[in-house]
Design a protein around this ligand. Structure first.
Ligand SMILES: [Fe+2]
Length: 151
């Protein structure tokens, strides 16, 4: 399935139905923030940035979890051939490429923990990874008043 605005929106809507929560609105604010910032960067696509923001927490479709949502989102996107979005599902939680910097709980198998550890250490971050990290940090769990003003 091609990743575009429509498929990303549909993915988030379906995921929010399967696990309703503030996370879906949070994802929309992150997407909006990514789009706004990217629109001022000549080397970034604001549509791509919006899509990556929208999908960064898509792993929450699988239910309430801590760091498990990172690998659930990675797999969700990989199954659909959305490689960069898959990377961001994990990378957005690690500004420093060391899994030990996480503040979350690793509610994953030992095998998945090792996979994530290697993945985080070896991933090559680009501006989209960093943009989603930034906007995820700016947006509160329910989005933020700051970005709401721009809607
Ligand atoms: Fe997030």
């Amino acid at each position: 399935m091609e990743l575009n605005l429509q498929t990303a929106e549909l993915a988030l809507r379906e995921a929010a139905e399967s696990n309703p929560g503030a996370w879906a609105e949070h994802s929309r604010y992150v997407a909006e923030a990514c789009k706004n910032i990217a629109s001022h960067c000549k080397d970034l696509s604001s549509e791509q940035a919006y899509i990556f923001g929208l999908l960064h927490d898509i792993g929450r479709y699988a239910g309430v979890s801590s760091e498990r949502h990172l690998i659930d989102g990675y797999r969700y996107c990989m199954e659909r051939g959305w490689g960069k979005a898959a990377q961001i599902c994990i990378s957005h939680a690690f500004m420093i490429q060391d899994i030990a910097t996480s503040i979350g709980e690793f509610d994953v198998s030992d095998e998945d923990y090792l996979f994530m550890k290697e993945f985080v250490a070896n991933a090559v971050y680009d501006d989209y990874d960093r943009l989603v990290q930034l906007c995820d940090a700016l947006a509160m769990p329910r989005g933020s008043v700051f970005w709401k003003r721009d809607l």
